[in-house]
Design a protein around this ligand. Structure first.
Ligand SMILES: C[S@@+](CC[C@H](N)C(=O)[O-])C[C@H]1O[C@@H](n2cnc3c(N)ncnc32)[C@H](O)[C@@H]1O
Length: 218
C-alpha cells in the first residue's frame, strides 16, 4: 500500500474527518457493546490499549469512565487532538501501530475497532498478531472490522478518496486464531452511519483471549 508524501494513507483520510467521523458513527449501545464486554470480564483499573483510538468516543470514554487506564494510539493528529480533550482521563499518542514498539504482556486488554482497513493484508495480519503478544496471558483482545473480502479497492469514505483492504469474516477470524488467540465470541451486525444516502454496512466484532498455553507449534 502506498504512503502519501511519507504519511500513512489512514492519516490522510482521517485528518480530513476528525469529529465528523464521530458524528457519523455516533455513540450507541451497539458501539459500546464490545468495551462493555471487556468491562464485564476484567477487574476495574485494567490497562487497555485502544488501537486506532479515533476521537476517543465511545471506546476510551467508556473504559476510562469505568476507571481503566487507557492508552489510545492513532496515526491522525486530527483524531488524537479531540480525543485528548474529550477524554482527559486517558492517554493518547500520535503513533502508527505498524511501527510502534510495545512491551510484551504490558496490557490486560487490547481493542482495535475498524482501524486496520487502510493497511495491506500482510500489515493487518502483523497488527492483529501484536495484541497476542502485548496482552498478558489470560488477557482479552477485541478487534472489529468491516468483513469484506477486498484488496486495495478504491472507494470514497465520507467524501475522502481512499483505498480499502479487508477480509471476509472467516478469514479475519482466522487471522486472530492464527495469532494464537482463542475466540470466545463473535458478533455480526449491520450498521448504518448517520450520513446522507448511507447504506447498512456489515460489522464483525471478535472477542478473544490469550490462552494460558500457546497453541501447539508456537
Ligand atoms: C474508522 S476510525 C475508527 C475510530 C475508532 N476506533 C472508532 O471505532 O470509532 C479508524 C481510526 O484508526 C486510525 N488508524 C488507521 N490506521 C492506523 C495506524 N496504522 N496506526 C494507528 N491508527 C490508525 C485512524 O486514524 C482512525 O482514527
Amino acid at each position: 500500500m502506498t504512503e502519501e508524501d511519507g504519511r500513512a494513507p489512514a492519516a490522510v483520510v482521517f485528518d480530513a474527518l476528525g469529529l465528523d467521523h464521530e458524528r457519523a458513527f455516533a455513540d450507541s449501545a451497539e458501539r459500546r457493546a464490545s468495551p462493555d464486554w471487556l468491562l464485564e470480564r476484567l477487574a476495574p483499573g485494567i490497562r487497555v490499549l485502544d488501537v486506532g483510538s479515533g476521537t476517543g468516543r465511545p471506546t476510551a470514554h467508556t473504559l476510562a469512565g469505568a476507571g481503566d487506564r487507557v492508552l489510545g494510539l492513532d496515526v491522525s493528529p486530527v483524531m488524537v487532538d479531540p480525543a485528548a480533550r474529550q477524554v482527559p482521563g486517558a492517554e493518547f499518542r500520535l503513533a502508527d501501530i505498524r511501527d510502534t514498539p510495545l512491551a510484551e504482556a504490558s496490557f490486560d486488554a487490547v481493542c482495535a475497532y475498524f482501524s486496520l482497513l487502510q493497511m495491506s493484508r500482510a500489515e493487518q495480519a502483523a497488527v492483529v498478531a501484536k495484541p497476542a503478544r502485548v496482552v498478558r496471558i489470560g488477557g482479552l483482545v477485541a478487534p472489529a472490522t468491516v468483513p469484506l473480502d477486498v484488496a486495495d479497492a478504491e472507494c470514497v469514505f465520507m467524501g475522502q478518496p481512499t483505498r480499502v483492504t479487508g477480509f471476509g469474516a472467516e478469514a479475519f477470524t482466522g487471522l486472530v486464531t492464527g495469532a494464537g488467540l482463542t475466540v470466545l465470541a463473535e458478533e455480526c451486525s449491520r450498521y448504518t452511519p448517520d450520513l446522507p444516502g448511507a447504506m447498512p454496512e456489515p460489522r464483525l466484532f471478535l472477542h478473544a483471549r490469550r490462552p494460558d498455553q500457546p497453541p501447539e507449534g508456537r
